[in-house]
Design a protein around this ligand. Sequence first.
Ligand code: ADP
Ligand code: ZN
Length: 297
Amino acid sequence: MYFGGIEAGGTKFVCAIGDENGKIYARERVATEDPNVTMANVIRFFQNFKIEALGIASFGPVDLNKESETYGFITSTPKPGWANFPFVKTMEDALHVPVGFSTDVNGAALGELYFGAAKGLDGCLYITVGTGIGAGLVARGQLLQGMSHPEMGHILLRRHPKDKFEGICPYHHDCLEGIASGPALEARWGKPASELENNQKVWEIEAEYLAQALMQYVLIVSPKRIIMGGGVMKQKQLFPMIRARLRELLGGYLDFPELKEKIDEYVVPPALGDNAGITGALILAKQAMEKEQVSQA
Ligand code: ADP
Ligand code: ZN
């Protein structure tokens, strides 16, 4: 049985054909341009295959409320052409299969939970530190969804005493995403994040902010495991720094092995690497098919 998956990002869409075990048989990268151009390329890819259902893990914000008139839309993005884009409907009309839909980070959280770094658990938190910062949480097998999907990248933090950077978030200036995303690092230090590898001060400040964010996530949603992905986390030296600082910040308040001797297994990189999101999209496809079967029974 074949499923289709789309990981929709701000620079590229990854389209894939895979199965219920997360195995990928074909994939194609489509540039994120005007929606008409991008979607024509995406649809052309899927028309070459027979799939049972499609899953979409999309950049956001997106409307995930099934009761809403704009369910399945990308909503308020500043990306030209994509605001109020009816993503789910476009794909349903083109492919006539059930379509599952969630955020990119929710997809990555599902992918890692089923087949990656959180396999065997019933929940995890996946955070991406890339062009933006966002996180998805699964608890007791369910993605956390309230009024909307969580926006854990836009939280406010205590500023590092050595850091006076004003931040680049257009909404909040110095929220986490505004001071710790890849573009924030580049704006603060004047060079792309990937070229700052040997500058110790950069990573000390970055680890401070990410550890503060994890502290809040631990205290508020108590994730079973935390998986940190995205371009900036390719700086592997961040992991031990974040773990040590997280422990310090928590101050021994929570007495769990995950936050003490087992912290190396608690805050981890994605086991699926860059495939976390697309694998999650395939899981969303399978779930959409199952939901359709139940509603027809
Ligand atoms: P996206 O968030 O668009 O899906 P990525 O997760 O790859 O894509 O994030 C891109 C960001 O990550 C860019 O701002 C880039 O500067 C940063 N980045 C990419 N590679 C590295 C690296 N090796 N070290 C530090 N930062 C990196
Ligand atoms: Zn913000």
